[in-house]
Design a protein around this ligand. Structure first.
Ligand code: PRX
Length: 630
């Protein structure tokens, strides 16, 4: 799918150049100079970054590349939590604020680096006491509270592999992830609080651990009074920590030891357990937090993601804490108690770096600029975006209304698989709305055709990464074949799965996915996952799912359903199907529209041609339909 895109896409491009002070004061300095240094000696570039961190034993080699397998910092020993906590506690940041959390009703929690380290150590000791050892998998399914961050860092401390599952997933999705990862312990909370309402989380866990025999214990953060009863195998988060020492020696990890698993949607019904390792991931997220966000000691950094996504792993927890930043997080939503909620927090906390998603920016646009205009946003110095293309209209609005036509926007392109930022416009460089930017120093990217040949500027093609980078995924858990596919689809390079176009001067515009993944409000949803959830309903014979452009969400999900004989289409059945998807996969995967149909367009070999459905839906030419069955 590399048709020529209309070259007008890269004409009439606007430019915004930030005040030269930005570049002058940025850690990165001159992008081109640093990029050339990287190209001249990639290993030396990464070695210099790695040396800024603490290692128990240094590496023998920076990189071993046996296509398609990479090892980074081989032979080195380290602990990521020690770099995120002890490194700062042992220097002048001991009493610096590491984490600020705001909840509803004005509740607030503040952790200095020392306090965070003590809590992490106590919880790590508690996990050890219930038998969690290096290499065991712990599933974390929690709301956006400090205890989620503590649980992650405690796993890192003892070498347990965490698999964080976003708290918005349903029971079947959670069950699949617990089982695939062989989780020994699940850490959860009784409730999550959304817009003033308590949503039961533990009830979902209760259902998800049926048929999950590896689970030995469930740890519950009990937020509600009176406290929920605990059953056999269940223990209270804070009671476990009582009497635990606040010192826990960090486990010595090999740079290539598994660090965490994080599930992401693929083009089959089964999500992929993306595996990251300790050394390379730490260096990659540290480097990008420092140089892309330009975090300085007096910044207050707010990334609005949930730690349950890669954005939260890399840019709430590991990257910013490795840098020694002050990180702000909140369980509050942007529209509650009113549409000024986030801007109120920016003013109150004097946020300096703000990182969010295009879907949120488009929602802010819809709610109107009078909301942000009520608050003093002058503390902001850098604003960022991630998760899907930041369309020029949204860029302009974000730049003008939030950035006051002053702050640079870092539109960062990356993935769960890449672990770290890969493409952006570096602080101080000229920004072009619609274009994410250029590959960052450390990354070689290009836009190619399906044979791997670079396409002409202005022509659409496939985005690829041409050489390994430290924070790259090492495998797909229990499915290495799916890992190799990333590097074998286009021989010699990592195929990202996105369509892109490059301008004459090397700026990359991301056009969207080239596969069966739909990005809805910044969340990756596999069409196959939603289809199999629909088909698991006893009234459904077959289902096909497509993404439709949506002005706020980026895409919305439309499902076409063929009913089994004996079932008649009705509104009630539609509601029932929606409820079914909601409880199995979770609210984020619910279709926005369902059509009952008699037939689906298929190839002669029986594959559903979603492309044809999408073209039909949007009144477009379906393209080549020679493989369509009669
Ligand atoms: O399609 C790209 C889109 O999100 C995909 C990766 O999704 P996920 O693994 O969930 O990670 C999201 C957060 C890093 C990419 O293949 N994407 C991510 N960032 C951008 C983007 N598309 C356009 N512009 C971006 N800045």
């Amino acid at each position: 799918m590399t048709e020529d895109f209309d070259v007008r896409l890269v004409e009439d491009v606007k430019s915004y150049t930030p005040d030269p002070q930005y570049r002058k004061n940025a850690w990165m300095g001159d992008y081109q100079k640093v990029y050339n240094e990287f190209l001249a000696n990639p290993d030396a570039f990464w070695e210099k970054m790695a040396k800024e961190l603490d290692w128990i034993k240094p590496w023998d080699k920076v990189k071993e590349w046996n296509y398609p397998y990479a090892k980074w910092f081989t032979g080195a020993r380290l602990n990521v939590s020690a770099n995120c906590l002890d490194r700062h506690v042992h220097n002048s940041r001991r009493n610096k604020v590491a984490l600020i959390w705001k909840g509803e009703g004005g509740s607030e929690q503040i952790f200095t680096y020392q306090k965070l380290l003590s809590q992490v150590a106590r919880f790590a000791n508690a996990l050890k006491k219930i038998g969690v050892k290096k290499g065991d998998t712990v599933c974390i399914y929690m709301p956006l509270v400090p205890e989620q961050v503590i649980a992650m860092l405690a796993c890192a401390r003892i070498g347990a592999v965490h698999s964080v599952v976003f708290g918005g997933f349903g029971a079947a999705a959670l069950n699949m992830r617990i089982k695939d990862a062989d989780a020994k312990v699940v850490i959860t909370a009784d409730i999550t609080i959304r817009r003033g309402k308590a949503i039961q989380l533990k009830a979902i866990v209760d259902e998800a651990i049926i048929n999950a025999p590896t689970v030995e214990n469930v740890v519950v953060l009990r937020r509600r009074e009176p406290k929920v009863d605990l059953h056999e195998k269940e223990m209270d988060f804070y009671e476990m920590m009582e009497g635990m020492p606040d010192v826990c020696p960090p486990e010595e990890m090999d740079a290539e030891d598994r660090f965490f698993i994080l599930y992401t949607s693929g083009s089959t019904g089964k999500p992929k357990g993306i595996v990251h390792t300790c050394g390379g991931y730490m260096v990659g997220t540290y480097y990008t937090s420092k140089y892309i966000f330009d975090i300085k000691d007096n910044d207050t950094f707010w990334c609005t993601a949930d730690p349950g996504w890669i954005t939260g792993h890399s840019y709430i927890v590991y990257g910013p804490l490795a840098v020694g930043a002050t990180v702000f997080i909140t369980e509050l939503t942007p529209d509650y108690p009113d549409a000024g909620s986030f801007w109120n927090l920016v003013e109150e906390q004097k946020i300096t770096i703000f990182y969010t998603a295009p879907t949120a920016i488009r929602m802010f646009m819809k709610m109107g600029e009078s909301w942000p205009n009520k608050y003093d946003l002058s503390s902001l110095r850098i604003i960022g975006s991630v998760g899907e293309p930041l369309n020029p209209e949204a860029f302009e609005w974000y730049y003008r209304v939030i950035g006051k036509s002053r702050t640079p926007i870092v539109d960062t392109w990356w993935q769960t698989e890449t672990g770290m930022h890969m493409i952006t416009t570096m602080i101080g460089e000229t920004m072009h709305p619609g274009f994410a930017g250029k590959p960052i120093p450390g990354v070689e990217a290009d836009v190619v055709d399906k044979d791997g040949k670079p396409v002409k500027p202005g022509t659409g093609g496939l985005l690829v990464i041409k050489s390994p980078w430290p924070a790259m995924l090492r495998t797909v858990y229990k499915d290495d074949e799916r890992y190799r596919k990333y590097w074998e689809t286009i021989p010699g390079v990592y195929a990202v799965g996105d369509l892109a176009v490059k301008s004459d001067d090397g700026y990359i515009m991301i056009l969207g996915r080239s596969d069966d993944i739909i990005i809805v409000s910044g969340h990756n949803i596999g069409t196959a996952e939603v289809e199999s959830a629909l088909v698991s309903h006893n009234a459904v014979a077959e289902a096909a799912v497509i993404g439709k452009p949506d002005v706020v969400k980026g895409n919305s999900i439309k499902a076409f359903v063929i009913l089994r004989v004996g079932n008649a289409p009705s509104d009630r059945l539609k509601q029932d199907l929606l409820h079914h998807v909601r409880t199995t996969l979770g609210p984020i995967a619910m279709p926005h529209e369902i059509d009952f149909v008699d037939k689906l367009p298929k190839t002669r070999s029986g594959k559903i041609m979603r492309r044809v459905l999408k073209a039909q839906e949007m009144g477009m030419d379906p393209g080549d339909i020679s493989t369509l069955e009669e």
